[in-house]
Design a protein around this ligand. Sequence first.
Ligand SMILES: [Zn+2]
Length: 158
Amino acid sequence: MEKHCLNCNQKLDDDMLVCPNCGKKVYENTDNLNESEVLKNKEEQLSAYDNKNKINKFALIGFILSLIEPVYMIANVLLSLYLNVFLPLFSIISTILSVTQSVGFIFSVVGLVQCIRRKQRGKVFAIIGILLPVCILIFYFIGFIFLAKFIQALGSMG
Ligand SMILES: [Zn+2]
């Protein structure tokens, strides 16, 4: 009887232990398994294969959201330096940017947990998505302290 890969239906030689097409382990004694068991195995293998090769959506979305504010800020600095163009920075835009940062952070945390639990790809995206908002927050905090010191110094001078 011809042997076929349960995962991708590639025709297999009898002595093959691993499918040359998709890399899945070849089940032995498939004749002994009943049809529903074979089907169940196939579905499990497929979903496991899918899961492993998918980039976690939360990690990816979190990464993109966390990237929006720094990209906007860097673009703003570059445009003002080289083209003397200033991107708008009204309160509505900075509000939107802080929302994207917060949501990006939360998505990245969820993404990282899912990546670890489901052994999915996207850990690096998730970690960057977590670190970016944290770094920006620290950056703003330091800036705020400097500004406060500066104002204090001005006050004591005058
Ligand atoms: Zn296969």
